[in-house]
Design a protein around this ligand. Structure first.
Ligand code: BES
Ligand code: ZN
Ligand code: ZN
Length: 514
């Protein structure tokens, strides 16, 4: 198995033209036409080759565009990589994050093991800590590839094992902030890559018991509590929806319960749970008896991405030593079909006591989530956020650019939208009011698991909303954002780890507020 090389991000005070590395990546705005003052000396050391390239118009500076200038030993870095930052007025933190991803990814392909990042030199208006953080996050994200099962080396152009990335900063005054930001960004980027690594594993490698073992491993490694409920315990607890969905598979269901306590209670009392995060982990979704047609089975290993994101979030929180208390819940099943599968028309008595008529076994995510949500609500957290690759309808509605956000509280909406923007993991608010809940009523049970096709993502959210009682709750439908078929210049195809940066960003704001 090809081992993923390690990426280390450090920060150093040094002039651009004096730093020695295999490659230096510099950030340039679109249509700037000439070399910015910050890089004048670097260009001089490079015999004016950067200016020549700009004059020829071979590099326009569009976001994520790259060009490499070979300097022939005249400057300490043999390669200078120009990375486009787009128009200056459009610059966002996410532009820098992606630029770092582009630089790290392309450097990797070029075989540069020692890389200097000077992407932020002409960037103003952001806090140094944020800059360091997004550069590290982006670099780590950019370098990740799913190559766990590739035994032939040097396919895919990869040459580098470990990579050392130095953020070069000539000014002493911002150095400290960039450095501390880069430390945070490294932890967050690694947490996200861990979620991606797990999510990319195929169904023959990861099933519910294996995922539970991975959760235990991470809990032990990073220091949070992990308790796993197996099928016998789930039966005793009456988690009948999780059991029903998982029954058709030889790989039996698990409920993974994680607890991170970063804040002690006052006066000997147990501290409240600030947030419960619940993630759907269907290790493979065949659709069950309502079997998916062949083209729709593709990529259904990614139906566990919500749960994998929860594992990344809990690992990140523990490593960051965040001052918040978070409960993580991962209901995990394989939605398989066999002689013992659940079937349409079944009526399930769920953990909450509410009964559900099964209209379609492919609407399994809401079933396993409803038990986990009811369980989470019993612990009385300040809020619950669930993440799930829940509906094809959400993909149709929003495409791959936004995840759907549904909530029963405006405050949660505002907090999540702002965290999403900062984290570069965008959300779009969609409705799920009583009109939709009305459609989920059954004639023979309290609820049915599917209504009509129209408004499918909203219906699913309205179903879930009936299992949290009065608890403030938000549901993120990540069906379109959790994985991608297409490689981007700043990240590999496959699992994206969507939700890890977003929720860690959201929790950071919570921690600061208290
Ligand atoms: N896991 C799927 C949703 C999905 C579809 C995720 C495509 C990613 C890509 C989910 O379990 C499902 O099959 N939903 C059905 C619901 C329907 C039966 C009401 C869907 O969206 O078609
Ligand atoms: Zn399904
Ligand atoms: Zn599913």
């Amino acid at each position: 198995m090809a081992k993923q090389g390690k990426t280390t991000v450090v920060t150093q005070q040094v002039k651009f033209e004096e730093f020695k590395a295999d490659l230096m990546a510099i950030g340039l705005y679109q249509d700037s036409g000439s070399v910015p003052a910050a890089f004048a000396k670097l260009d001089k050391a490079a015999d004016g080759k950067i200016a020549d390239l700009l004059k020829l118009g071979d590099f326009t500076g569009k976001a994520n565009e790259t060009a490499v200038v070979y300097v022939n030993g005249k400057s300490p870095c043999p390669r200078v990589m120009l990375v486009g930052l787009g128009k200056q007025e459009d610059l966002k933190l996410n532009t820098l994050r992606q630029a770092a991803g582009v630089a790290a990814r392309r450097a990797d392909r070029l075989g540069a093991a020692k890389v200097a990042l000077a992407l932020h030199a002409s960037v103003a208006g952001f806090d140094g800590e944020e800059v360091g953080r997004v550069l590290a996050e982006g670099a780590l994200a950019g370098r990740y590839d799913f190559r766990d099962y590739v035994t032939q080396e040097n396919t895919n152009g990869r040459k580098v094992g470990d990579m050392r990335i130095t953020i070069v900063e000539p000014e002493a005054k911002t150095l400290g902030k960039i450095k501390s930001g880069a430390k945070l960004g490294t932890i967050i980027g690694e947490a996200q890559n861990e979620a991606r690594r797990l999510a990319n594993q195929p169904g023959n490698e990861i099933n519910p018991p294996v995922l539970a073992a991975q959760a235990r491993r991470l809990a032990k490694k990073f220091g949070f509590v992990c308790k796993v409920y197996d099928e016998k315990q789930l039966a005793r607890m009456k988690m009948n929806a999780i059991l029903a969905v998982g029954r058709g598979s030889v790989h039996k269901p698990r409920l993974i319960v994680l607890e991170y306590t970063g804040r002690k209670g006052k006066g000997g009392k147990k501290a409240a749970i600030d947030l419960a995060v619940v993630g759907k982990a269907v290790t493979f979704d065949t659709g069950g008896v309502n079997l998916k047609p062949t083209p729709f089975l593709d990529g259904m290993k990614f139906d566990k991405c919500g749960g994998c994101a929860v594992l990344g979030i809990m690992s990140g929180l523990a490593r960051l030593k965040a001052g918040v208390n978070v409960l993580g819940l991962i209901p995990s099943v394989e939605n398989m079909l066999s002689g013992d599968s659940w079937r349409p028309d079944d009526i399930i008595r769920t953990y909450s006591g509410k009964t559900v008529e099964v209209r379609n076994t492919d609407a399994e995510g809401r079933m396993i989530l409803c038990d986990a949500l009811a369980f989470a609500a019993e612990r009385k957290p300040e809020a619950i956020i669930d993440m799930a690759t829940l509906t094809g309808a959400c993909r149709v509605a929003l495409g791959e650019f936004y995840a759907g956000l549904f909530t029963n509280r405006d405050e949660l909406k505002d907090g999540l939208l702002s965290a999403a923007d900062r984290a570069g993991e965008p959300l779009w608010h969609l409705p799920s009011g009583p009109q939709y809940a009305e459609q989920m009523k059954s004639k023979v049970a309290d609820l049915k698991n599917v209504a009509g096709r129209e408004g499918g993502a909203c219906n699913a959210a309205a179903f879930l909303g009936q299992f949290v009682g009065e608890t403030p709750w938000a549901h993120l439908d990540i069906a379109a954002t959790a994985d991608t078929d297409e490689e981007k210049p700043y990240r590999a195809a496959g699992a994206t780890g969507f939700g890890v940066r977003l929720i860690l960003q959201y929790l950071e704001a919570l921690g600061q507020g208290s």
